[in-house]
Design a protein. Structure first.
Ligand code: C2E
Ligand code: MG
Ligand code: MG
Length: 782
């Protein structure tokens, strides 16, 4: 096996060759394995002066041959050249130096100085250890080397060099020594080479297995991914489609293979896909970008998808743009819902105030050309809507609001924006209407439609009217809020005129609203400062003219504006809620007065107090009345509350219930201004009303012998209801005479005494104890 020592290493190297078997490339994925194994050894018992070199070329399970040198070390210079150089060395140290230099020039190679048995010292300075090489080293060391050991033990340090080097799947084991290597040693090296080969192969296989596992895992991931995964080429053509495409887009991979990605989205989004792919190609590797698009599924249904792309065109394994499509329909739907909620009224689905303002602002902005028709805002407020809630509960109230919203929408064109601003307030933004006539016709149509009877629940039929204020955008309108405010002001004016009215904004309205707000503030302060006064007017038995009662009227001795009468401020009080504290103040003062008169023996008459609708329907009203009566120790039967028919219309069931409850306590109820309202006779018949007060508008004509039929009708009705008829505003003896002739029992008016302060009323009451009130009394203005 070992030839005679040659005269020179070079000639020996040239003459002894053993074919090298390079082991196969077995894996695409395997990392480059290269090892350098060096062992410095000496071959005991060999002629000391002989320089010999043995190259053992190994591969997986290959033979080892004793040769001078043979290698296929790529891409570096040939192993033969290397071997020659090694063999040319005159000492092992020199050989070592050659190997060191060689290793240093192998930047890509994984190198390891391998310690073979105890004779080999691993010297870090040699190696550029790499993981693969280390593993190989480990394998070599773990091999059962018992058989080989004697050979290695026979080697002495510093007399031979051994190394494994390799590139990709090839490697060689080179052992060089300055001494002759025995046949046994060569055989041992052969085995080492074989083991090294197996180890390398093992690593190779491990790498292959790992790679295959990774590939399988990758395939699984791709298969079961919830995203559709594509690889498209630079032109946007699908070159690969993962099976998950079916779940996301309802399409088979094969069906989309080769088609442009743009065909998967709705046509209007196709340009977006093209520009998206162009953008992705500008991205650096590992970066990605996304875009939201609508995709068409195979069955024609649409989904919202998030398209993400990463540029892997330069990746040799992919060579394409990796595109994923994630179905984000439910997320988009949720976002849409949240957006809708933020800008729409939850109850009616109409635009809310924020969206309405936004649309109005936009509409005002885009009207650049002054000849364009200006947008108009209609502010709508339901008349007496509170009574629906109070009478039928909030469920029916909500139903009514929804019905109103539907009716408003039904009157509009698609371009108009209806909104619910809150409570029972609606608004409409109207654009591009030809003129004011059409505008007002439309508003009237809305009001008529809203006012049609509607059924709540299964069989509760109600009628809800609405009032509207209209404001058109003009040059002096500063903002959307300004225009909306103008429409609100106009609506307020419409309300003052009555129900189901329309008012167009005029600049003078601003002043009116401003004045009313100022008045409200002053009234509030006056109530708190107890500046309001109460005047009293006697109510007499028309036959005897004896005082049977007194009616309290509020008076406001306003210092800056002059004394104010109820019609000057009651409307403001009613619309601002001040009617409640104002009314309570009047009742308290009047009860205080009659309690003080009673205490000095003046009683035997009833006190009538006017009560506004808002006050009467206020939750605490009944409690307040009872507490005041108790506080002044006045019997409820001495109190008559005067309400107008309006209270019954507005308050519905709540008003009726309250009436019954108050009369059950013994408190009397009078229907004031009877004949001017719209209460149904059927309702009246079922209510415990003690007095019908005949409005002065029915009394005055009697003076000239007119209108007796109407007055007679009311007197008769009172009789029918078991109530007393009380004529108001009697000024003239002829009126008195006519009323007496009609059978009207009670009356009041300047003829008997104008409303006057308590200080004037008291002596009148004292005198009345003595006899009837003179029907010739000179009328004094209150
Ligand atoms: P009303 O209750 O029908 O009162 C009759 C009105 O006629 C009173 O006007 C009274 O001063 C006036 N009057 C009395 N006799 C004559 C007369 O011979 N000739 C004429 N032309 N008028 C006469 P006033 O005080 O301005 O009150 C107006 C309305 O204001 C009252 O109508 C009542 O509805 C309401 N009101 C008055 N005081 C109060 C109050 O304290 N609370 C509430 N809620 N309303 C009140
Ligand atoms: Mg009255
Ligand atoms: Mg009246």
């Amino acid at each position: 096996m070992v030839d005679e020592p040659a005269s020179s290493p070079a000639t020996r190297a040239a003459s002894r060759h053993t074919p090298v078997r390079v082991f196969d490339s077995i894996g695409r994925w395997v990392a480059v394995i290269a090892c350098l194994l060096a062992a410095v050894c000496a071959l005991a018992g060999l002629p000391a002066a002989t320089t010999a070199a043995t190259a053992v070329l190994g591969a997986v399970g290959t033979v080892v041959a004793r040769v001078k040198v043979r290698a296929t070390v790529r891409p570096h210079r040939s192993a033969t050249a290397l071997a020659d150089e090694i063999l040319a060395a005159s000492s092992v140290q020199e050989m070592e130096a050659v190997v060191r230099t060689e290793i240093a020039s192998w930047p890509k190679f994984a190198l390891s100085w391998c310690a073979l048995a105890p004779v080999v010292a691993l010297d870090d300075s040699w190696g550029l250890p790499d993981q693969g090489a280390e593993e190989l080293q480990g394998v070599l060391l773990s091999v059962e080397l018992t058989e080989l050991r004697p050979q290695f033990f026979a080697l002495a340090a510093g007399e031979a060099v051994a190394f494994v080097c390799g590139a990709e799947s090839e490697f060689v084991l080179v052992v060089a020594s300055s001494r002759w290597i025995s046949d046994d040693a060569v055989a041992a090296f052969g085995e080492i080479a074989a083991i090294a080969g197996v180890a390398a192969r093992q690593l190779d296989l491990d790498a292959e297995v790992t790679a295959r596992r990774a590939a399988a895992r990758f395939e699984e991931l791709v298969h079961f991914s919830s995203d559709a995964i594509f690889i498209v080429d630079a032109a946007g053509i699908i070159r690969y489609a993962a099976p998950s495409v079916t779940a996301v887009l309802g399409r088979l991979s094969v069906d989309v293979d080769g088609i442009p990605l743009t065909e998967l989205v709705v046509p209007e989004h196709a340009p977006d896909v093209a520009s998206f792919l162009a953008n992705v190609q500008l991205l650096e590797a590992r970066n990605s970008t996304s875009i939201a698009l609508r995709f068409t599924r195979a069955d024609g249904s649409l989904i919202d998808g998030e398209l993400t792309g990463a540029n892997l065109l330069d990746n040799r394994d992919v060579r394409g743009i990796v595109v994923t499509v994630r179905d984000v329909s439910s997320r988009v739907e949720l976002e849409d819902q949240l957006r809708h909620q933020a800008f729409h009224d939850g109850l009616t689905g109409l635009a809310n105030r924020a969206l309405f303002r936004d649309r109005l602002e936009r509409s005002m902005r885009v009207r650049r050309d002054p000849t364009d028709r200006a947008p108009a805002v209609v502010y709508i407020d339901l008349d007496d809507f509170k009574s629906i809630n109070d009478s039928f509960g909030h469920l029916y109230g909500d139903q009514a609001l929804r019905c109103v919203a539907e009716r408003i929408v039904g009157c509009l064109r698609g371009a108009d924006t209806p909104a619910r601003l809150g409570g029972d307030e609606f608004a409409i933004l109207l654009e591009e209407l030809p003129d004011d006539v059409v505008l007002l016709e439309l508003v009237q149509r809305v009001l008529d439609t809203v006012a049609a009877p509607m059924t709540l629940g299964t069989d509760t039929v109600v009628t809800i009217s609405a009032s509207a204020g209209v404001a058109t955008c003009s040059d002096d309108v500063s903002s959307a809020d300004d225009l909306l405010r103008r429409a609100d002001i106009a609506m307020y004016r419409a309300k003052v005129r009555g129900k189901k009215q329309v008012a167009h904004y005029e600049s003078a309205m601003h002043q009116v609203v401003h004045d009313r707000l100022e008045l409200a503030a002053e009234l509030d302060a006056a109530i708190r400062a107890h500046e309001l006064e109460v005047h009293y007017q006697p109510i007499v038995d028309l036959t005897s003219t004896h005082i049977v009662g007194i009616e309290a009227f509020v008076r406001w001795p306003n210092t800056s504006r002059g004394p104010l009468r109820p019609p000057d401020f009651l409307d403001v009080a009613e619309n601002t809620g001040l009617a409640v504290p104002l009314g309570a103040e009047v009742i308290r003062r009047a009860l205080t007065d009659i309690a003080s008169w009673r205490d000095v023996g003046i009683d035997g008459f009833v006190l009538s107090v006017n009560v506004s609708a808002r006050q009467f329907l206020h939750d605490d009203f009944e409690t307040m009345v009872c507490e005041e009566l108790a506080a002044h120790d006045i019997d409820p039967s001495r109190l008559i509350l005067e309400i107008t028919e309006n209270v019954l219309t507005v308050g519905g069931g709540v008003a009726e219930e309250r009436l019954r409850s108050l009369t059950a306590l013994g408190i009397g109820v009078a229907l004031d201004d009877f004949g001017t309202g719209q209460s149904s006779l059927q309702t009246l018949q079922s209510l415990p009303v003690g007095q019908l007060k005949i409005d002065r508008s029915f009394v005055a004509p009697l003076r000239d012998g007119e209108g007796s039929v109407l007055a007679q009708g009311i007197v008769d009705l009172a009789l029918l209801l078991g109530a007393s008829a009380v004529a108001e505003g009697i000024e003239h003896p002829d009126e008195l005479a006519a009323l007496r002739a009609l059978g009207c029992g009670l009356g009041q008016g300047n003829l008997f005494g104008a409303p006057s302060p308590a200080s004037d009323m008291f002596p009148m009451l004292v005198a009345a104890k003595l006899g009837p009130v003179s029907d010739q009394a000179t009328p004094t203005p209150s």
